[in-house]
Design a protein around this ligand. Structure first.
Ligand code: LMR
Length: 396
């Protein structure tokens, strides 16, 4: 029956976990997948999460089906976090929000919805982008192209190239934009560049789809989310997929959301009805636990404060690791200026290493990063950073 099935390649990111787990090297370091580990190399269970779980378990509830669009209090909490509690679009009922299975789930619901709405539209992602963007939108049926983004020579963003590509895109083209902490490069648009991108998107009638998986890992919750306010101020309708995988360290709970800003309340009601069909025909309705935890934390002032502090702690530790890595690389003999590592934002550094060098890092040193040269700074700590720096120096 399945004789003709081809063996699919490993996933470029999650496939590394499989390889890493099978590696007997006792000194191996996993800088592949975007997961934050603490100074002890452990995945943290945030105290705010543990406390919310304690409160939830103190009054156990039976587990009926959730509504198709998820827990109402969760969807509302997501909206207030993403758009601001006093955002006019919320008061006007213009935002359709559904609970999703992580950020990827939100992207897929949005992709399926957009594909049904406008099957002829193309999708543009950044060059480079998160490995799964192209695959996800392709699987949803779209032809996926790319707009210039990373300028390797300048170690920055090719804003002119990006704008030219957007200006040349057909109206209705879906443009996937990283709201903050660009994955994989770590280079974000400046506020002035965002304004130009938004003006172009608006003038050309493009469909902006923001991916915001790392809010709070760059400059802060509000700072990283500021692009949402810019789109609102420009009166542009858009989609935004959000995730609590990283910011709550709830990777395995798959807690995320998709929000769509519409012209009117009536439009949002119709959009929501279509999103529910997408969800119902994919996985029926979402799971309870993670969303309940997040909603509890976000709506309980003491827990919310705790979360903001814990998130700041993760953010600051990543910053320290960036500084330390630059120092250690220098000490290990890398003569090139690696200061760019401290300018990049979020969990990742686009190291500039090529595929062959990344392969050597894995094979010879047990240091796992993505073939694109992306390494996860959030998985560095004072115990593994020397070995990582020496390994990078050896292949540089
Ligand atoms: C990553 O880029 O490593 C993360 O977003 C995890 C994933 O799903 O790929």
């Amino acid at each position: 029956l399945f004789a003709a099935v081809d063996l699919a390649p490993r996933d470029p990111i999650l496939g590394l976990n499989e390889q890493f787990n099978a590696d007997p090297n006792p000194n191996k370091v996993n800088l592949g997948v975007g997961v934050y580990t603490d100074e002890n190399g452990k995945l943290p269970l945030l105290a705010c999460v543990a406390e919310a779980e304690r409160q939830i378990q103190a009054a156990p509830k039976p587990r009926g089906y959730l509504p198709i669009d998820g827990i109402a209090a969760y969807d509302r909490a997501v909206q207030e976090l993403v758009f601001g509690a006093d955002a006019a679009v919320l008061a006007e009922g213009r935002v359709a929000t559904v609970q999703g299975l992580g950020g990827t789930g939100g992207l897929k619901i949005g992709a399926d919805f957009l594909r049904r709405l406008n099957p002829a539209a193309a999708v543009l992602i950044s060059d480079p982008s998160w490995e799964n963007h192209r695959a996800l939108f392709t699987q949803a049926g779209f032809t996926v192209g790319a707009y210039p983004y990373y300028d390797a020579a300048r170690r920055g963003i090719d804003v002119a190239g990006m704008l030219a590509a957007l200006e040349g895109a057909a109206p209705g083209t879906v443009v996937v934009l990283h709201a903050c902490c660009h994955n994989p490069t770590g280079y974000d648009l400046s506020p002035a560049d965002w304004e130009r991108v938004i003006a172009t998107v608006k003038a050309r009638g493009l469909v902006p789809f923001l991916d915001m998986a790392y809010q709070g890992f760059g400059e802060g919750i509000a700072e990283d989310g500021a692009v949402i306010g810019r789109f609102l101020a420009a009166d542009v309708d858009f989609l935004v997929s959000t995730s609590f995988s990283k910011s709550f360290s709830l990777y395995g709970e798959r807690v995320g959301a998709l929000s769509i800003v519409c012209r009117s309340k009536d439009e949002a009601t119709r959009v929501l009805s279509q999103l529910k069909i997408v969800i119902r025909t994919n996985y029926s309705n979402p799971p309870t636990h993670g969303a309940q935890v997040v909603a509890t934390v976000l709506t309980t002032p003491a827990l919310r404060r705790m979360w903001e502090e814990e998130l700041a702690g993760m953010r600051n530790r990543i910053r320290q690791m960036r500084l330390l890595l630059v120092e250690k690389l220098k000490a290990a003999g890398v003569s090139r200026d690696m200061g760019f590592i401290t300018e990049q934002k979020g969990m990742f550094s686009y190291s500039g290493l090529g595929q062959a060098q990344m392969q050597r890092l894995r094979d010879e040193f047990g240091v796992y990063g993505v073939d694109s040269g992306r390494i996860c700074i959030a998985a560095l700590n004072t115990r593994n950073i020397d070995a990582v720096a020496r390994a990078i120096a050896a292949v540089s």
